[in-house]
Structures are given as structure tokens and as C-alpha cells.
Write a protein that binds this ligand. Sequence first.
Ligand code: SAM
Length: 240
Amino acid sequence: MDLKIMNSLKEGALKFNIDLSDEQLSQFYNYYEMLIKWNETINLTAITDFDEVLKKHFLDSISIGRILRQKEIVSLLDVGTGAGFPGIPIKMAFPYLEITLLDSLNKRVSFLNQVIDSLGLEKIVAVHGRAEDFAKKELYREKFDVCVSRAVANLSSLSELCLPYVKVGGKFISYKSEKAMEELVLSQNAISLLGGGNVSCDAFTLPGADLQRTFIIIQKVKETPLKYPRKAGIPIKRPL
Ligand code: SAM
């Protein structure tokens, strides 16, 4: 383990009010090793350099610590989690959360199950399916305090994929870059049709990476009409 680089993760996390223990740091390291090993056979990440993974995947994922402090948040869903971002780092940084990881690519879900088993993570499940389909299931619809998503679709499509999962009173938090404001302007109609409101933004620079990041935080102010999300593929093909 490269202690200097691990120390930069510890210091970066502190900027987001997260004090990672040695045990948590070694979980991150083991996750990195598995990511690189599995990446030889299935496509999980284009970034493989240790320092870059730490900043652009791990630190970016847990930067949600800036806004995820409230005690009332218990259940969190990560839509289109891929290799586990941001859901797995969030689990490692906030072990008390009950996390569901959802992805439509079964190979990635197999990887996630292996990570969960090997690292002995608890109160976390990885499920295989499309966001449009799972949102129709009683077990998932309007059941989560928070839904997060990173690098899956534009904000309008993503609102249709994510807001149906959020309880009234909960939040959909989208990880975006510097183009967040443009996306937000184009998504006003979708957000309001889907039961979202009281939108706020939190912009910051990722420590050590000089990357502009923005959280778009959308409150769930009323139930999502049952006709949403539309059939699989439509939210991305024809955003509201
Ligand atoms: N969130 C991860 C990250 O930030 O690295 C992965 C991003 S990757 C570009 C997009 C992921 O979303 C893929 O793993 C893909 O399988 C998944 N995905 C795309 N559309 C989806 C849908 N409708 N339902 C569930 N997963 C979806």
C-alpha cells in the first residue's frame, strides 16, 4: 500500500468532514486492488492509476459528505452504479447507511457482489436491472431517503430514472461537473412533473484534482405520477 497516497485520501476526506480510520483506509485499498484485477477482464474503469482512482473515483464519491450529514438519512440508492461509484465508497465512509446499488449490466453487478463479500460490507446489496423497471416495484418505489447517481445521463433523463425511488421528503442528489447549471435550466419541467422541487446546488473543487464538481440537490415534494418512469430506454431517448 502506498502510504503517501493513502494519506492524501485521508486528508481529502477530512475536507468533507469524514475522518477515515485505518480500517476504512485499508477497505479502500482492497477495493482498488479488486477493481484493477477485475478490470483486466471486464470493463469497469478507464482510470487505473492509484492516485487518480483515489481522487477521481473515491474522493469524488465521498465528497457527498459535504451535504450528507443529517441523521434522518438511512436508506440510499445508487442508480447506474457501474463499478460501484459513488455507492461503495459512500458505504465505506458512512457504514451506518443502508445502501442499494442498481445497474443494468450483470457483469458489473457480479463484481459488486464480490466486493461486498470480500470486504465483509454489511447493509448493502447490489441488484441487476434497469432503473425504469425497478421503479415500478413496490419494494423500491418511493422507499429511499436519498437517491444518488453519477455519470449516467443528462439531468432531465436522470430525474425520471431517480425521483420515482425517493420518499416524499427525501432527496435526489446528482453528481455533476461544471455544466450543471445548463443541465438544470433544461430540466425544470421534468423535475416538476416528477414531484421534485426546492432545487439547490453545491459547487466546489475536488481537492488535489483541480476538478469542478457540483451537486444538484432536488427535494421530493410530492409523489411521482404512476406513469413515470416511462418504458425502458424512453427517458434517455426522449427526455421530458
Ligand atoms: N456511476 C458509475 C460511475 O460514476 O463511474 C458508472 C457510470 S457508467 C458511465 C453508467 C452506468 O449506468 C453503466 O454501468 C450502465 O450499465 C448503467 N446504466 C445505464 N442506464 C441504466 C439504466 N436505465 N438502469 C440501470 N443502470 C443503467
